[in-house]
Design a protein around this ligand. Structure first.
Ligand code: NAI
Ligand SMILES: C[N+](C)(C)CC(=O)CC(=O)[O-]
Length: 475
């Protein structure tokens, strides 16, 4: 049965939560008194539709139903998860969480997005809630800091994993949890650097994005510094840089006063730096960059890439069809080019991924390859028949044309969401012994499975376009 999330407060963060649940197949009911809430959330969800599916090489579940409610009881009825994301004021959080405790099903997790309040503060007037603190954009970044009752946060963690997030249990409640403690320290130093006229907002951003910002996404702080200690590792690093902590490098806890002058100085520099772009434009730029970086992390399984790999493995396999389905995904924005459609190179990428999937189907999987046997491609022929656009669903099915001895000849059909043929790729592979790098017969089981597909597919019509080559004569 479809699960339901109730989103209370649909601003920057509530909108992100709505998108995360919706695109993972949950029904989403929103309660927000702002008359503009539907438009704002719609824009956030459009951004999410453009970016979240691009992280995966499999299709996400069909989107759930989105509804807006002026009655909190109606929004909360039947919910499996309720997420409060109203402004960061304790009196307001008490009021909203108190009502939700009465109205939501007893079985529902009630999460608060609070950046700073502790669970004991949120529940001091009898409300039932745990802190589920996410990061912007909630639909792309996996981290959620969970703080509160152990059984309830364990239940919450399971749900969060199922929608591709990374729950981090905070062992002891503290103001601002873990991550915002860092962010606050960095923010405080940045304010001092601007106030003291040492650096502009743009120079501070360059100092982050040209250097340590790139490192942090893949190894965090401690692993990065371990390497910085050279062969002697962390001990050497601490011996060398530990004493600096007592030098006057930082402002420590000294907070700059938030005068009108400082606010104007920072807002003015920020306008000069980025005011020529709208917030939505900046969001799309941020999302495209995040998708590119997170896809790179997927390859090594580092950081957020490991979370994506785990979630992708849990996504449902496509339904059976006459031909094996060897690909089912949405087309990422990053696959499109200056002509506004999927670039030719990615047709090959989709076809090559289908070959890999077919190899798995006949047992030529990672273990088989590790045992020293594999297939090498020796020839491909691609026909580009129709445009494919960003966000469209792409499915690939595979017919075996030849599957005996060392040879495996496959014909991939690449189709859009309406089942229209957009491309075909014919590919010839030879089985190879990875130790001698010479062609060889496949293992008995792989050979038999391949032959079974080949025999079954012999009954099918020979595909139109198979056996073709580029016919233009050279002049
Ligand atoms: N903006 C950020 O970077 C992050 C914010 N948070 C936390 O998320 C929460 C929300 O912050 P934002 O989304 O940034 O704020 P926001 O100002 O963008 O959105 C708040 C929304 O709550 C609505 N609202 C106000 N009173 C309400 C009520 N009684 N019932 C239902 N909705 C109501 C407002 O109309 C608005 O749409 C805060 O607790 C904040 O600390 C957490 C992570 C990051
Ligand atoms: C500024 N902030 C404290 C609301 C930020 C967060 O809580 C997390 C984030 O997304 O940076």
């Amino acid at each position: 049965m479809t699960q339901k999330a109730c989103i209370v407060g649909g601003g920057v963060i509530g909108g992100g939560w709505a998108a995360r649940f919706l695109l993972n197949g949950w029904d989403v009911a929103v309660f927000d008194p702002d008359p503009e809430a539907e438009r704002k959330i719609g824009e956030v969800i459009d951004n999410a539709r453009r970016s979240l599916p691009a992280l995966y090489d499999k299709r996400l579940p069909d989107e759930g139903k989105l509804s807006f409610h002026s009655d909190l009881a109606e929004a909360a009825a039947g919910a499996d998860w309720v997420q409060e994301s109203v402004p960061e004021r304790l009196d307001l959080k008490h009021k909203v969480l108190g009502s939700l405790t009465e109205l939501a099903p007893k079985t529902a997790v009630i999460g608060s997005s609070t950046s700073g309040f502790k669970p004991s503060e949120l529940t001091s007037e009898g409300a039932r809630a745990v802190v589920a603190h996410p990061f912007n954009p909630v639909y792309l970044l996996p981290l959620v800091e969970l703080v509160g009752d152990a059984a309830e946060t364990a239940r919450a963690a399971e749900v969060l994993r199922s929608i591709g997030m990374f729950p981090l249990h905070v062992r002891k409640e503290i103001d601002a949890h873990i991550a915002d403690r860092f962010l606050e320290a960095v923010w405080r130093e940045a304010l001092w650097l601007v106030k003291d006229g040492i650096a502009t907002t743009e120079e501070i951003d360059e100092a982050i994005r040209m250097g340590f910002g790139l490192r942090w996404a893949q190894m965090g702080l401690f692993e990065t510094y371990r390497i910085a200690g050279g062969e002697a590792g962390m001990k050497h690093f601490m011996a060398q840089f530990g004493p600096c902590l007592s030098w006057p490098w930082t402002k420590l806890m000294d907070v700059p006063e938030f005068t009108d002058e400082l606010v104007d100085l920072i807002a003015g520099q920020s306008d000069a730096q980025s005011g020529h772009r709208s917030i939505r434009e900046l969001e799309r730029l941020r999302d495209d960059n995040l998708v590119g970086m997170m896809r790179a992390l997927k390859k090594s399984g580092s950081g957020a890439g490991g979370v994506l790999n785990t979630h992708e493995r849990a996504l449902a396999a496509p339904a059976e069809a006459e031909l094996p389905i060897t690909g089912d995904r949405q087309i990422p924005q990053s696959w499109t080019d200056y002509n506004g459609h999927m670039n030719e190179a990615h047709y090959l990428e989709a076809g090559a991924a289908a070959t890999d999937r077919f190899m798995e189907l006949i047992g030529a999987d990672a273990d088989y390859i590790a045992s020293g046997k594999s297939y090498f491609t020796v020839e491909n022929h691609l026909r580009y028949l129709d445009e494919l656009l960003a966000g469209e669903r792409l499915t690939v099915t595979t017919q075996v044309l030849q599957g005996e001895g060392k040879k495996m000849q496959l014909f991939h059909f690449l189709k859009n969401a309406d089942g229209k043929l957009a491309a075909t790729m014919e590919t010839l592979l030879l089985h190879v012994d990875l130790n001698t790098r010479a062609s060889s017969l496949p293992g008995a089981e792989v050979g038999e499975k391949l032959k079974a597909f080949a025999d079954a597919h012999k009954a099918l019509p020979f595909p139109e376009g198979a056996g073709r080559f580029v016919g233009q004569k050279a002049v």
